[in-house]
Design a protein around this ligand. Structure first.
Ligand code: XMP
Length: 511
């Protein structure tokens, strides 16, 4: 039995697939993503209230295009196909697809019929189109329920079978009433009630954790990042001091961060936290290393050694906890999902520590839900709304070899940058922002003297998930304040540059 009502998203490899799932969850309905070729039996066993087919880059009538078992339409479960999903639905049920003369791309005016799926949607609204192929003839018993100038069948319906298709993308912000349409599918068509709320999640999880853990001891590597912090709090709520957290301070954190983590979790919440002060060891091991991947590996290996040594000091720990979240585990029909964490999680965990089980209380959650759970648990905003921070920390923001002197410079510059962004009230608009100590020294002049000092690079990006990113248009006066303060207040820096490249072709980090 499901704990919650459930809607399934079948993934056909489109770029917005996780966004669809997030939209469903925002509408308070629990949702899981499965690959498009999931077994019909698996789907039926999950007892979904509805199924959504995502977009994707293929052409539905081609031999090797991703398909579904057409029996899925006979289950009596409502289906909504989006973009490729709509084309596939029409194709499998006897409709016709053709290539449009021109690719239809961008915001289009959409005219919608009176229909429950368009409840509270304006008759003329805007939708986001991105397709070359479109449906030109509908299967029998289907009707058109929305059109654009270039796409006469922009949405279609079979109310008897409860099967629907949208050629456009309701999940993206460029379809301003798309959220309402998805909500209508859930509530008007699938009869959902909306039982996915984080308060219920917290209560149920605590109960589940108590059942799973019993009187055993649990160990968790706490990095101070959002996921491990929220996982720690949740497990602590469930089993208190049966949980031990190991916080490895690698000396590569931002200014005051190590103390902040310790203070929040021990003083504010009384967690059983062991801080391993391994700053010197990490720095010694990194001495003279310039290559980014070698740095990452080196840090990963040192982390394992320190973690192991700390874990050995503990008695009778049987369970290992991790802050794994849903995007880390989605098995995708496309190729994108789960790429981030795999390249990010530094080092992983020691092979030879034997645990009898894993505790992963956030496995079902998206990042924004993890933050909400954190808030429910009373974690402060500077933990819950923390911007992404890479496992190897400042080591990949000091270009070239790492020394304590360079780390001090970088920490100070980064601190000023973050403070000015906060003062300007921009911290929620910029996804990630940080300073980089470039390997370049340049000539400058201060007072009457020539200087030869470091150049600091400032990076600021907007992004949804870190996979792609655009450089943030930080207002000039804010950049000016940051630049002036850094060169005045941080010794050995005489030049500031702002990074104006997007990802791709750049990455967010410089190494
Ligand atoms: P890139 O630089 O690959 O970064 O565009 C995308 C996102 O991932 C973070 N990042 C890392 N996180 N270990 C991590 O835990 C890493 O080695 C690593 N490299 C990049 C980066 O901060 C951004 O949020």
């Amino acid at each position: 039995m499901n704990d919650h009502e459930l809607v399934l998203v079948l993934d056909f490899g489109g770029q917005y697939n996780q966004l669809i799932a997030r939209r469903v969850r925002e509408a308070k309905v629990y949702c899981e993503v499965l690959p498009h070729n999931a077994e019909l039996a698996t789907i039926v066993n999950k007892k979904p209230k509805g199924i959504i087919f995502t977009g994707g880059p293929s052409i539905a009538y081609e031999e090797d295009a991703p398909k579904v078992d057409p029996k899925i339409f006979e289950l009596g479960i409502p289906v909504l196909g989006i973009c490729y999903g709509a084309q596939l639905t029409a194709h499998l049920l006897g409709g016709k697809l053709e290539a449009a003369e021109n690719r239809e791309y961008g915001k289009k005016e959409l005219e919608v019929a009176t229909h429950p799926i368009f409840k509270d949607v304006s008759t003329k609204t805007t939708c986001w189109m991105s397709h070359t192929y479109h449906v030109t003839a509908l299967p029998e018993k289907y009707k058109i329920i929305a059109r654009t100038d270039h796409c006469p069948i922009a949405a279609f319906a079979n109310d008897e079978e409860r099967i629907y298709g949208f050629q456009y993308h309701p999940e993206v912000v460029h379809t301003p009433e798309g959220k309402q349409m998805l909500q209508n599918f859930l509530y008007e068509i699938c009869d959902c009630r909306g039982d996915w709320v984080m308060r219920n999640f917290v209560e149920k999880s605590i109960q589940k954790l108590r059942n799973q853990i019993g009187d055993r001891k649990v160990l968790l590597g706490l990095s101070g990042g959002v996921d491990s912090s929220v996982a720690a709090m949740l497990i602590h709520r469930a089993v208190g001091h049966q949980l031990t957290c190991i916080f490895v301070d690698n000396g590569l954190l931002r200014k005051d961060e190590g103390d902040m983590v310790e203070q929040v979790f021990t003083e504010q919440f009384d967690l059983n936290l062991k801080r391993a002060n391994a700053q010197e060891l990490f720095l010694n091991n990194l001495a003279g290393i310039s290559d980014p991947e070698t740095k990452r590996k080196n840090i990963g290996e040192t982390f394992i050694r320190v973690f192991e040594a700390e874990a050995e000091k503990l008695d009778g720990v049987e369970l290992l906890a991790q802050g794994t979240i849903y995007p880390d585990v989605i098995e995708s029909g496309g190729t994108h999902a789960a790429v981030i964490k795999s390249h990010h999680n530094v080092g992983g965990l020691p092979d030879d520590i034997k645990f009898t089980g894993l505790v992963e209380p956030l496995r079902d959650l998206f990042k924004d839900e993890v933050r909400e759970v954190g808030r429910e648990l009373g974690l402060p905003s500077h933990v819950v709304d923390r911007q992404p921070f890479p496992g190897p920390g400042l080591a990949i923001r000091v270009i070239g070899d790492i020394t304590e002197e360079k780390l001090v410079i970088l920490r100070e510059a980064d601190w000023i940058y973050r403070e000015e962004i906060r003062k300007a009230g921009l911290q929620k608009d910029i996804w990630q922002y940080f300073a980089v100590l470039t390997g370049i020294k340049t000539v400058g002049v201060m007072g009457d003297e020539r200087t030869y000092s470091y150049t600091i690079g400032l990076r600021g990006v907007t992004s949804l998930d870190g996979m792609t990113a655009d450089w943030a248009r930080i207002p000039y006066p804010v950049l000016e304040a940051i630049s002036t303060r850094i060169v005045n207040e941080v010794k050995n820096v005489n030049r500031i540059v702002y990074d104006i490249t997007s990802k791709p072709p750049s990455t967010i980090e410089w190494e």
